[in-house]
Design a protein around this ligand. Structure first.
Ligand SMILES: [Ca+2]
Ligand SMILES: [Ca+2]
Length: 111
């Protein structure tokens, strides 16, 4: 069929030019889930003493310097996934950075 034109013949189709889908990222209920490097509150891509400092500043001094990944369902720094950022999360960071003891919960986006 040389020169055929795509028409919308599906259910509800109006026979006009096919325009039923928007190409691109599939989104279900909002932006796709992406927490970056899980637990990275500075957004530079790794977990290190700077992240510990940022967490201590936030939890103990109400000085919020965290970077929140825009499409992450959990608050930045809530690495035990209990819904709040507090001293327990700081402990997890200290364990992770200084004792190589990774107690973080799984990345909620499943990376
Ligand atoms: Ca970091
Ligand atoms: Ca927590």
């Amino acid at each position: 069929m040389v020169g055929a034109d795509f028409k919308d013949h599906g259910p509800g189709g109006d026979g006009g030019d096919f325009d039923g889908f928007n190409k691109g990222v599939i989104t279900i209920g909002g932006p796709s889930c992406d927490c970056g490097v899980w637990g990275d509150v500075t957004g530079e891509g790794s977990i290190n003493p700077v992240d510990v400092t940022v967490m201590v500043q936030f939890v103990y001094y109400q000085n919020d310097m965290r970077t929140q990944p825009p499409n992450c369902p959990l608050e930045a720094g809530d690495v035990n996934c209990d819904g709040s950022v507090n001293a327990q999360d700081v402990t997890y960071y200290v364990q992770c950075v200084y004792f190589q003891n990774d107690m973080f919960c799984d990345d909620p986006c499943g990376e």
